[in-house]
Ligand binder design. Structure first.
Ligand code: ATP
Ligand code: MN
Length: 470
């Protein structure tokens, strides 16, 4: 008999028929004449309860199965007698596919997320991780559906790049010279001679796909990237990964307001999609003891889905922060015009002051990237950050400088070399148009929606400083 997914049994309410299910044993409970197996196959949050009668020829072997064993079970699907009247299976045949012994690491009923991080190859077999990863899948599908329906084209921007787009110096070098570093060619000054490297120049793993996105928006109108992004920043925080996924839409003929609305709609769409497609998963995750999801996380998500996002300029945000009574809330970092907003400030604005996602716009140019559109005041740029309660910054975006002269002046001011970006400047030289875009950290969005408080737990195999196992 071919197997059927537990998800389909539940969704289609299949009963009164024979079926075969295959999966991993979550638990075995033995009573006098029966065993109850709770089986999960990963297809959905629910497991199927299976009753195994002691008349089965391999009953004793089945009754001694440990959590984690893999089995194929055939039997009749019937309405269970329990309180919630769910579907159960009465087994007629249990085939043991792969046994487990006492050394199986996932023994305990509830295992901490921290412990499971060291078991990244097995953790997907827990209810918690399979829930997170199913939500991850749905949010990826939601992303494609959202942009595609709005007429955006999906762009695969390159992963190997020769430009330092963010200028943050947080890039991984891609080189074949290191395979024998003692024989690596050196320049006169003793540095590695990248002109003799694989690509004939120094190359990096992409920190963004934005610049390429801008090129393609100039022909396709609206594009979005959704791919891996790499940053060698040495920040061992619960919100930073060395390898993460980013969604970067770029829109021609758009200004900052349009992109802020797009970002708002996108976040709301992600939430409603997750609520429609993964409500059981979310409810399960919010009920975890170590969940940071506040008691009413579900209500908060629904609120954000339906609420207006607040828009405030950086200057006004500083005004708000400067008026905070230090006896009520003491910030570690001072707030003065021209300084960066720290996470504590971002969270204060979103969580305590507005209690809503906040779009902060028009930041001082000194801590924003060279490509952002300069405002007439000469001090600020048309940038936005979207701050959400519980996380802080989730989206960063801007209108781009479309004036060639202004862009070149800004690059000069920053001491940037124009040569490697000649093609980027060409976009302003030939048929330049106003355009804007943003970047959403996919894992940050997942943390926000699932209430999981460590970014290492929302990506299958996290890469962080000093950690690249599996
Ligand atoms: P942060 O201040 O949190 O380090 P950033 O200013 O460096 O963020 P951007 O360069 O604007 O971030 O990148 C766009 C988005 O990518 C961010 O809004 C965030 O959601 C996400 N992001 C940035 N760095 C990381 C990282 N190391 N790991 C995971 N997501 C990240
Ligand atoms: Mn950063």
């Amino acid at each position: 008999m071919s197997r059927i997914a537990i998800k389909n049994i539940i969704l289609e309410n299949i009963m009164g028929t024979e079926a075969t299910v295959k999966g991993w044993v979550r638990s075995v409970r033995n009573s006098k004449k029966f065993s109850f197996i709770v089986l999960n196959d990963g297809s959905c949050q629910d497991s199927l309860q299976i009753i195994v009668d002691d008349v089965l020829s391999n009953y004793s072997e089945v009754a001694s199965l440990l959590t984690g064993s893999s089995v194929a079970i055939s039997g009749n699907l019937v309405l269970g007698g329990g309180k919630n009247q769910s579907i159960e299976m009465q087994a007629t045949k249990v085939e043991i596919l792969g046994k487990v012994d006492e050394s199986y690491p996932l023994q305990k009923k509830s295992t901490s997320l921290e412990f499971l991080r060291d078991q990244a190859h097995l953790r997907i077999r827990t209810n918690t991780f399979s829930a997170i990863m199913r939500v991850r899948h749905h949010l990826a599908m939601a992303t494609h559906e959202f942009f595609s329906k709005k007429g955006f084209f999906y762009l695969n921007s390159p992963i190997i790049s020769s430009v330092d787009a963010e200028g943050a110096g947080e890039m991984f070098t891609v080189s074949t010279l290191a395979s024998d570093i003692s024989k690596a060619p050196k320049t006169k000054s003793g540095n590695l001679d990248f002109s003799r490297d694989y690509f004939g120049k120094e190359t990096f793993l992409a920190v963004t796909g934005q610049l390429e996105g801008e090129c393609y928006a100039m022909g396709l109108g609206s594009v979005y990237t959704f791919g891996p992004t790499f940053r060698s920043e040495n920040s061992n925080t619960t919100r930073h990964l060395s390898e993460f996924w980013m969604i970067e839409p770029e829109v021609a003929f758009a200004d900052l307001n349009e992109i802020a609305s797009l970002a708002t709609d996108y976040i709301k769409f992600l939430i409603s999609y997750a609520l429609t497609h993964a409500e059981k998963e979310l409810n399960f995750l919010f009920s975890r003891e170590d969940s940071t999801a506040v008691k009413n996380h579900m209500e908060i998500l629904k609120h954000v889905r339906d609420a207006e996002f607040v828009r405030v300029t950086y200057t006004d945000a500083l005004e708000i922060l400067s008026k905070v009574d230090p006896n009520v809330k003491k910030f570690e970092y001072p707030t003065s015009w021209g300084s960066e907003l720290q996470t504590e400030h971002e969270r204060y604005l979103a969580e305590e002051h507005f209690k809503l996602p906040v779009i902060v716009t028009d930041y001082p140019k000194q801590f924003k990237a060279f490509y952002m559109k300069q405002n007439d005041d000469g001090k600020t740029v048309r940038a936005m950050d979207i701050l959400v309660p519980g996380i802080g910054e989730i989206i960063g975006g801007s209108q781009r400088e479309d004036n060639l002269e202004k862009l070149i002046n800004r690059m000069d001011e920053l001491g940037m070399n124009q040569e490697p970006l000649w093609w980027y400047l060409d976009l302003r030289r030939y048929g330049s148009v106003p355009h804007a875009g943003f970047g959403l950290g996919f894992e940050r969005a997942l943390m926000y929606i699932t209430g999981v408080n460590n970014i290492r737990d929302v990506i299958p195999f996290p890469r962080t400083p000093k950690n690249c196992d599996f």
